[in-house]
Write a protein that binds this ligand. Structure first.
Ligand SMILES: Nc1ncnc2c1ncn2[C@@H]1O[C@H](COP(=O)(O)OP(=O)(O)O)[C@@H](O)[C@H]1O
Ligand SMILES: [Mg+2]
Length: 386
């Protein structure tokens, strides 16, 4: 059980030389010194405001994703929660207890970093044992925990290797293992997948969804990747320039987006083209677009995962490669990579049989003509609703 409250949390870093120079420049230009611009944090006489008045109440076992561009204060927020950074103002409570002055090792909060931060001279087993050893755990209990974490993450075969003998994905699993091995109340992950290639990232993302189910922890996950935020989070906190801009919930299931073209067929009807596939739109959509006099143009085509059908119909199919299949009760979620874009298709389990589809398999699918949405790529407006 772990609830977390952040109340008016602020972090001001003392000014570095380059910040002083910036402040001087602003003064000289007659600008307000505390003013902010899109790429700059607020600078006050106290220093650089990396996080300004962060407020969030996090429920037990919630999965919070913090998303925002580089430099907006995400890592600073995480480090303050972990206790690795002093809080300038505000309070952080864990299960109602004020933890501002509690040492990191006494917080029961674990953190996974982007760069893995494994001990190179230790084996995987020793890396996993390290946080337990720090807490003087008896050997047999330690073995049980290490073996459990290794099993959950599929790294049992590598327990006696050193980190340099592992791939990037395996190393990141070890880093996650080291964080979960002591069953923390709160698990912080700071861009844990950003050093992995796209395919591995998709796979690890699905693993994190699974991991969440086998742990009792409350998760806070930082990313600058929108797709990641949408697929993982119960709630998404959008940060910008040290401020919380918006807190929201992703619409589930999330819509897939494809780059495409709105075209007119020889018969004068509207169709969307995605790659080689051409899908003629339904009658009501024809009418809506015609009424608004929409011209053929570059568009973004939106389709919900449950409105996509796997089939091999000539002419109207889109091709993709399966990255991961997730068995979700009576349905299967296929994570498919389509021309470099991530797409999720939901199909009834009965359709696929018990074997599922192996990753790496090429699949063809089509979109239901009455359920696709056509958006202007620049304004993001639905062309049927202009
Ligand atoms: N130790 C530090 N001293 C001064 N400024 C820092 C320090 N660490 C980070 N910053 C500044 O604080 C801001 C937020 O950094 P960070 O939290 O790392 O952002 P993010 O993780 O979102 O990329 C950045 O402008 C960064 O330059
Ligand atoms: Mg960061």
């Amino acid at each position: 059980m772990a609830t977390l409250s952040l109340r008016h949390v602020q972090k001001i870093y003392p000014m570095r030389d380059e910040d002083k120079a910036e402040q001087k420049k602003r003064r000289k230009r007659g600008e307000e010194v505390a003013k902010r611009s899109p790429s700059n944090l607020k600078i006050t006489d106290e220093g650089v405001v990396a996080v300004d008045d962060f407020n969030l109440e996090i429920a037990d076992k919630e999965f919070i994703v913090i998303v925002g561009p580089s430099g907006c204060g995400k890592s600073t927020t995480m480090r303050m929660i972990a206790g690795l950074e002093d809080i300038t103002r505000g309070e952080i409570y864990l299960n109602g207890r004020l933890i501002n002055d509690v040492e990191p090792r006494d917080r029961d909060i674990a953190m996974v970093f982007q760069n893995y931060a494994l001990y190179p001279h230790m084996t995987v087993r020793q890396n996993l044992e390290f946080p337990l050893d720090l807490r003087n755990m008896p050997k047999d209990e330690m073995d049980r925990k290490v073996e459990w974490a290794a099993e959950v993450l599929g790294i049992t075969p590598y327990l006696n290797r050193r980190p340099r003998a592992l791939s990037g994905g395996q190393r990141q699993r070890v880093a996650i293992g080291r964080a979960i091995v002591r069953d923390p109340q709160v698990l912080l992950m700071d861009e844990p997948l950003s050093n992995l290639d796209a395919k591995l990232r998709n796979q690890m993302r699905a693993e994190i969804i699974k991991l969440r189910k086998s742990l009792n922890a409350t998760f806070i996950y930082v990313t600058h990747d929108q797709t990641e935020a949408m697929t993982l989070g119960d709630r998404i906190v959008i940060m910008r320039d040290g401020d919380v801009q918006q807190i929201g919930t992703p619409g589930m299931p999330q819509m897939n987006f494809f780059d495409g073209q709105l075209v007119k067929t020889d018969a004068g009807t509207y169709a969307v083209r995605i790659g080689e596939a051409q899908i003629e739109l339904s009658d009501d959509k024809q009418r809506n677009l015609a009424e608004r006099g929409i011209a053929p143009q570059r568009v973004v085509v939106g389709a919900r995962p449950e409105h996509i059908t796997l089939e091999d119909k000539p002419g109207s199919m889109i091709e993709g490669v399966i990255d991961v299949t997730e068995m979700m009760g009576s349905s299967v979620h296929l994570h498919v990579s389509v021309a470099g874009q991530d797409c999720i298709i939901i199909v009834p389990r009965l359709e696929l049989g018990s074997a599922g589809i192996e990753s790496g398999t090429t699949v063809r699918f089509t979109l239901a003509p009455n359920t696709v949405h056509v958006f202007d790529p620049d304004t993001e407006q639905n062309l049927e609703c202009l």
